[in-house]
Structure formats: C-alpha cells, structure tokens
Design a protein around this ligand. Structure first.
Ligand code: ADP
Ligand code: MG
Length: 498
C-alpha cells in the first residue's frame, strides 16, 4: 500500500491524525435526569429541573447510558474500568446552565481498545490497519443557541442539555484523509451494530474533533491543531486535507504551527482559527461532589457482554468461511447492520424453499442482492429500508431461479414487475406466462426455424466458424421469448447442427 504524502517545496511530509468523536448515546432519557432525548421535539419540551440546573437539583446516573458505553467498549475490545468517576469541567457559556459539564477526565469508564479499518473494499482482508483507541468517557451534552430566530435576540434550546455522549478518543494512528474516513465509517458501523448510537451525522448524533499535525517521515510528531465539531465523513477528510497543506505551507515559509482550536467552514472547505492555546480555558476539573464513583459489578458486565450482537468483523469472517462469499461481497453485506439483517432474512426465506447446499444458496442470494436488487433500487432512488420488495419476496424469486422455473434473464423482468406492483414473484410469473419451458417439441421447432432462416451462417459454422454457436443460441432464445430452458436449447442446437 502506498503511503499518503504531501509534496512540499522542500520535500515530503507525512500527516498525523487523531480523532475525538462525540457520539450521542441511544437511551430514552438523559445521562443524569429522566427527561426524554428524542430528536426534533419542540424547543425546551424535554428539559427537567436537573437539565435546567435549578438550585439543589441532584444528578442520578442513568444505568442504560452507562450500559451502552460499556457495551461499546466491549465491541472495540477495550478495557472496561470497573471503577470510574465523574468530574466537573467548569466553563461559562449561555448554553450551559450548570456552569460546568459533568464529564470524566481522570478515570474514564472505558480504557484502551482498537478498531480495525479496511482501506480497500476490493481487498478487505489484505488492506487492514489497526487504529488504537485511547479511551471512551461519558459526559453531558450542552444545549443549543439559536441566533437566527429573532432580529435582535438569541434563543436557547435546552433539549440537548444533559443528553449522554460518549467521547471516543483515538490514538494519533491515522496517516491520510482516507484512513480517517475509513475509521469514521467503521466506528459508525460498530456503533450501529451495537445500537449505542444511531450514527446520524446530519442530525449531529456523531461529530468529530479533528487533530492534525505534519512531520517529515520518521521524525517525531509535530504540533497539532484541533478542528472542532466536524459533522460528516467528507468534511472530516476535507478538514485534514486542507489543514495538512496549510501547515506544510506555513512551516516551509518559515512559520510555526501553533497549537490551537480551529473551525471548519463547509462552504469554502477551509479551516480558520478559533482560539489559540494561550487563551485556552482552564477548566478547573475536579471530582463532582454530587456523584459517587461509578462501580460496576461482574453481573452487570456479564449482561453487557451477553447482549452484544455478532459484530461486523466476525460477521464478515463468517460470511467468507461458512457461507463461501467473496471477500468483497462479505464486506459489502456487513458494512451496515441493516444490510446484513436483510441479507440474512433473504437467506432464510430462500433456503426454506430449496434443498440445495447452504453455500450455493448464500452465494446466489449475495450476488442477486448486490448486483440485481441494489442496482434496481438505486434506479428508483430507494434503498433496502424503503424497498418495495421484502426479503421474503426476494427469497421466493430466488427459489424460482433455483428450481429452474425461470431463467436468470426472465428473473430481471420479474424483479422489475415486483418493484412496480409489489406483487409476489410466483404470481407475476404465472400471470405473465414467464415460466421457463422444457417443451422439447417447441424448442426443436424454434431451432429448425432459426437454422432455416440463417442458412448462410449455418454454412459458415460448418466451415469452422464455431463462434456462431452463441448467435444461434441467442436467436433461439429470442424466438422462445427468453423462456426456453438454456441447457435444452444448447443440447438441441448441437444435435441439429450435427
Ligand atoms: P487533549 O486532552 O489536549 O485533547 P490528547 O492527548 O488527549 O489531548 O489528544 C487528543 C487527540 O489528539 C487524540 O485523539 C490524539 O490522538 C490526538 N493527537 C495527539 N497528538 C497528536 C499529534 N501530534 N498530531 C495529531 N493528533 C494528535
Ligand atoms: Mg481534546
């Protein structure tokens, strides 16, 4: 694999990237209060007295939020700390009524872990790289200020105030925008499999602080900048691209990178300075006196582990080894939990109707899903979630191909009709008379007609131009409206041509 380099005026530069991802925890209520967390509610409709920081209110940790963070830690093979503690991070801002955020600095819930990324979809096994995870800690989200609702005033919406976040901190192990993109996608996949975060970056439930520095290959790390709250995979990649080039230009023209916080501007694809280290906050972290340390017992941990689903890497591996899928297909089908679920339902539906070997059914189902259904849905602007064809109906269609009722090319027509009408495959085949025929007499008649109509080509064929055989097959199939059993067509043509 070739490494990513920036070609500066004075030579080559390597980019070093570490990501801090904030992922909103899936839970009915907030980290320390009973208020709801649903996205899109009326402003300030989901604010308890705790979230509004009324005097004397006390936080109570939400077991489900802790459970989700622990399950996430287990899914990335991380150390789970049975003893952790909440700290106060003090700062003033209008969207933070408490005047501090409850977070974890000194003793996070989750310690070191790892995520394996794949850099080439075509070669998912051969192109992996392991990215270290430093920690995952749990903290409260802040509220949201709205500056565009009134000409002279700003409003505040505290619905998000107190919602649980996981901050997932990577090691500075990534070396290109592509690696950072692959890391974010893989992390999102894992979170969605686990069900601990919906991974919806547009709605802000996953956002990244992007740390970037540059160095000469092999030299110690350079000074990094941190670009805050970038909310799409593409923007993260753009941030790195822009920031790395800016730093190279700066250093090569005699300047120095200063450690600072920057902001990404999606309109221009560039970053600009927000605050430098000199005016960085002193957060005066200290253990939150309202909360006891968090102590987890073995039964809780065992339940967390038992509740984990089969994870994407394990699933991909199983699809390859037990089902015999190609690495590419296995990768495509496991990249999203929903896709894998659909595929497995399709497998069940197909297998229930056929008594073929499991591997054969699986390969056929995978190929059909990836090369037929995905393409057809794409044309309609739909995806699996909005697919008019269910896995059950897909299984019915595959079984019809499998037992020779219809040919592969007729199956394409049937799928189109299924998508159009929502009807089942068998009903469509019956109604439209699309059944494959093994009627020898009818095929023989078609063969005879094709050969008679193309006497000149028959001559050439007999003179040695064997490639014409395919032409005869095509013509016979056409005469049979695609419904002849292809194997019989081959046999009868060979016989007729002597
Ligand atoms: P802080 O607590 O100031 O945010 P950390 O040491 O926790 O600093 O690092 C935060 C993030 O910055 C981590 O994701 C880490 O991987 C990344 N990081 C640290 N050093 C560098 C560097 N030299 N270049 C790029 N990223 C870095
Ligand atoms: Mg940081």
């Amino acid at each position: 694999m070739s490494s990513y380099r920036i070609h500066g005026a004075t030579g080559e530069w390597e980019v070093v990237i570490g990501l801090e991802v904030h992922a909103q925890v899936v839970s009915k209520s907030k980290l320390f209060s009973g208020a709801a967390t649903e996205f899109g509610a009326e402003p300030n409709a989901q604010v308890s007295l705790v979230d509004a920081a009324m005097p004397g209110m006390l936080p109570v940790p939400n077991r489900e939020c802790i459970r989700q963070a622990v399950r996430t830690g287990m899914a990335i093979d991380a150390q789970i700390n049975k003893w952790s503690r909440f700290d106060r991070k003090n700062y003033f801002y209008a969207d933070l009524p408490q005047g501090y955020q409850i977070s974890q600095l000194f003793h996070p819930l989750v310690g070191e872990g790892r995520i394996e990324i794949c850099l080439d979809e075509k070669d998912p096994e051969g192109s992996t790289k392991t990215i270290g995870i430093e920690r995952i800690h749990v903290e409260q989200d802040a509220g949201k200020l709205m500056h565009d609702q009134h000409p002279t005033m700003s409003y505040v919406d505290l619905n998000r105030s107190g919602v649980a976040l996981m901050e997932i901190v990577s090691r500075p192990d990534m070396r290109s925008p592509a690696e950072a993109g692959a890391y974010l996608r893989k992390l999102r996949t894992i979170l969605r499999y686990v069900g601990s975060c919906d991974g919806n970056m547009e709605e802000g439930s996953m956002r990244a602080d992007v740390n970037v520095s540059v160095r000469r290959p092999g030299e110690p790390f350079g000074t990094r900048t941190e670009t805050k709250n970038v909310n799409s995979v593409r923007f993260v990649m753009q941030t790195i691209e822009h920031e790395a080039n800016r730093q190279v230009d700066l250093v090569e023209s005699g300047g120095k990178v200063v450690q600072e916080t920057r902001l990404f501007d999606p309109d221009s694809g560039t970053t600009r300075s927000m605050r430098s280290k000199e005016d960085a906050h002193d957060y005066r972290y200290f253990p939150d006196p309202d909360l006891l340390p968090l102590v987890l017992d073995d039964a809780f941990l065992a339940e967390c582990r038992a509740s984990l689903p089969e994870l994407p890497d394990a699933k991909r591996h199983r699809y390859e080894t037990a089902l015999g899928l190609s690495p590419y297909n296995a990768n495509v089908l496991t990249a999203e939990a929903d896709t894998a679920r659909w595929f497995e339902a399709l497998l069940t539906a197909t297998a229930a109707r056929q008594d073929k070997m499991e591997a054969e059914v699986a390969r056929q189902a995978a190929n059909w899903l990836i090369s037929e259904l995905f393409g057809a849905l794409n044309k309609l602007g739909k995806d699996l979630e909005t697919s008019p064809v269910s896995p059950e109906q897909g299984g019915e269609l595959l079984a019809l191909i499998g037992d020779g009722t219809i040919s592969g090319s007729i199956a394409k027509q049937v799928l189109e009709k299924m998508l159009e009408t929502g009807d089942g495959a068998a009903a469509i085949v019956e109604r439209e008379g699309l059944k494959q025929t093994s009627d020898t007499g009818a095929i023989e008649a078609a063969v005879a007609k094709v050969l008679a109509d193309n006497a000149d080509k028959v001559e050439q064929y007999k003179g040695g131009k064997e490639a014409l055989f395919g032409f005869f097959v095509g013509q016979t199939m056409k005469a049979m409206q695609g419904k002849a059993n292809p194997q019989l067509v081959n046999e009868l043509l060979k016989k007729a041509l002597g």
